[in-house]
Design a protein around this ligand. Sequence first.
Ligand SMILES: Nc1ncnc2c1ncn2[C@@H]1O[C@H](COP(=O)(O)OP(=O)(O)OP(=O)(O)O)[C@@H](O)[C@H]1O
Ligand SMILES: [Mg+2]
Length: 525
Amino acid sequence: MKTFSEFGLEPKVLRAITEMGFEESTPIQEKAIPVAMEGRDLIGQAQTGTGKTAAFGIPLINKIDIKEERIVALIMCPTRELAIQVAEEIEKLGRFKGIRSLPIYGGQDIVKQIRALRKKPQIIIGTPGRLLDHINRKTIKLDDVQTVILDEADEMLDMGFMEDIQSILKLVPDERQTMLFSATMPVNIQKLAQQFLTNPEHVSVIPKQVSAPLIDQSYIELHERQKFEALCRLLDMESPDLAIIFGRTKRRVDELSEALQKRGYTAEGLHGDLSQNQRDNVMRKFRDGSIDVLVATDVAARGLDVSGVTHVINFDLPQDPESYVHRIGRTGRAGKEGAAYTFVTPREIDHLHFIEKITRHKISRKPMPSLAEAIEGKQKMTAERVLEAMQSDDHNQYKGLAISLLEQHDSVHLLAAAFKLLTGEKKDVEIELTPEDPIRAKKRRPDIRSSGRRPSGSYGTAGGARRNDRPYGDRGGYRGGDRNRRDGGGYRDGGRDRDYRGRSDRDNRGGYSRSSNRSNEETLV
Ligand SMILES: Nc1ncnc2c1ncn2[C@@H]1O[C@H](COP(=O)(O)OP(=O)(O)OP(=O)(O)O)[C@@H](O)[C@H]1O
Ligand SMILES: [Mg+2]
């Protein structure tokens, strides 16, 4: 692997990279940075957690003239949380050079944003909806933009942002560098690339499987009504440092986070119906470890990089193989290992096999964790905590008490009782969750591909089901098509960029665009 000094970067950029603790480049960085530095358009694909942000961030920061007082670069992301995170990484990379960058996303006070824009940022990192808002208000001008980056391009397409991206890019000079990054590249991304990129270089680091190799993937087959108990046992058995649990809908996320809290876990939910303040708070608490379980819709599936996430649990099976790859990719990042568990109901087994086929990775079957395993896991954790506490010397004030108790009682009894208290046995609260419908297996079509890409399987989009018109916010009674269930039931949370031009019909529109944008022949690589 190359060290960063071999790319011919400015010393100030190199210093920033060193300060961030990066020693060697990752494979996608090694391949993409030189191409980007030549000024070429590029399509970059590499597994989750392998440093794609810096792969575009480093050459971008290196390229920008610090004397520039106009917006010369635009980075678009599908969700607010991702825009914030990418902005932070860009800020770090540009710190010594003195680059000015600004995140622009929905849910944030627009007046504040306008004020911040007066400081003449050179790079804007934003979600498409709010960007358009500023463009319409003429508070953002794109006439001088020389570099455009679409992070998670396929997801933006999938969310129905195609039109928005088109409108935005019409305002950017044709004479520009455009780069597009994601871990998954469904075939229809070609359409986007053809439209917006010029003679792009494909830079991909794709081993046999699309998912990251350091993630131990397994599934547990169970019935819907067993899921919550299984989740609690799994959490007890595995004692994750930090875990992300994905639910299908906003309602699911609300109910699940509340249920976990009732059982004594420090969990909070994240989805698009929360205010931006709430969303920011939840992310901050999760990042600093004051909560250790984040329950989320797919709003958290893409790009989020929280160090210390040891477990991802799909409480509900994800809709698409892409979603699966990105969800589980929240763990096993930057060379660390991670575990991904997926709950599958018997009727969803076919869909799971379909995900395996498209991702070309076998997901191993694990039994439902037993009560004994859960208890054992919790006890082990307690013992570890006690042994850790013994290492530190700040328990001297308890020694007197220990000595006197040991004189009067049997040591084993005493310790066992203390362990019991410390383990904090589960509060036996009755929990009832509203059941979710099973995900249906996709109809498979013959493997017809036009792009000449590597054969790995394809799937139809069950377009008929998707085109069902569901009223926005229909959460309860719907028993029909899968995709729109997700939309109506809250998956397509406008939360990804909720104040999309202030309109509330976003979710429905999203569903439509999604089906029309998707090609019937998709692969992930
Ligand atoms: N060269 C490097 N050396 C060490 N760590 C790195 C390096 N490059 C990036 N990282 C770190 O790796 C983590 C993952 O990076 P990043 O979020 O860019 O991944 P990604 O490829 O964009 O993943 P995703 O597909 O999930 O968006 C980050 O914490 C980042 O700081
Ligand atoms: Mg990323």
